[in-house]
Design a protein around this ligand. Sequence first.
Ligand SMILES: NC(=O)c1ccc[n+]([C@@H]2O[C@H](COP(=O)([O-])OP(=O)(O)OC[C@H]3O[C@@H](n4cnc5c(N)ncnc54)[C@H](OP(=O)(O)O)[C@@H]3O)[C@@H](O)[C@H]2O)c1
Length: 257
Amino acid sequence: MAIAIITGASSGIGEEFARQLHLSEGIDEFWFVARRRDRMEALRDRLGVKAKIITADLATEAGINEVRNALSEEKPEVKYLVNAAGFGNFGTFEELPEDEVVKMIDLNVKALVLITHITIPYMVKGGRIIELGSGSCFTPLPAFNIYASSKSFVLHYTKALNFEIKKHGLRATCFCPGWVETEFLGKATAREGVTAPKSMKPLLSCESVVKRCVRASRRGRAMCVTNWYTKLQHVLFKLVPDPLLSRMWLGMLNKKI
Ligand SMILES: NC(=O)c1ccc[n+]([C@@H]2O[C@H](COP(=O)([O-])OP(=O)(O)OC[C@H]3O[C@@H](n4cnc5c(N)ncnc54)[C@H](OP(=O)(O)O)[C@@H]3O)[C@@H](O)[C@H]2O)c1
């Protein structure tokens, strides 16, 4: 039995991974993990797949334990793990409330690492792990700092993990797309007075970016950067000094610090 575990399956990129892995990777059963059960049930019905639905807040220990317990009870043979649960809020360090800062780190970093850690023992040879990084992970970003820094962690962590698990026939890919059309940006800019960066239109489609990531993951790539401007950013960020990049970024946000 080939199992695919997808966190953040109730929306956006996670949902699209479910659709594409179903179409191309011969998955026998999905495990969908997120908080909105109705959305995951609707996805299961729409795709017509066998799916175990785990309703869990992964920013909490209890939520992680839901997945831990399911793994130890069922001992699945996991072919794919996609850690897509995540969120990011714009705002300077002063503007962001402490609970939001902690939750971003707990979900984007701690949960992602823990879910990977508890799942690897159940992964079969040839198995693939996809960790959601972001195009924002390559440089420090004021007023999006906690999110970008959390994704920067994911990038370094995934590259090293990929190196370590090769000997078991497993591969891990850090997926770094540009701005994608999902619920993400609406939530990220929900606070009053927060605006989205000027440069983020047009948004990429989930279908196109996920297709590239599945291909990169199959090839065992440690990182997958999608679309031309994110690739260009990746190169520019290595050449342009951080303070200058920070000023350009704040200009795009129309924000003065
Ligand atoms: N959209 C972009 O422009 C973009 C670009 C680069 C990287 N990313 C990354 O891609 C990943 C997916 O984001 P998306 O764009 O698809 O956004 P999205 O549509 O908002 O999806 C986020 C997913 O994370 C789940 N989630 C949020 N908080 C959770 C929690 N506490 N416990 C469990 N699940 C939780 C949500 O489900 P529930 O609300 O049902 O729990 C939802 O399924 C994120 O890691 C994001 O950082 C997005």
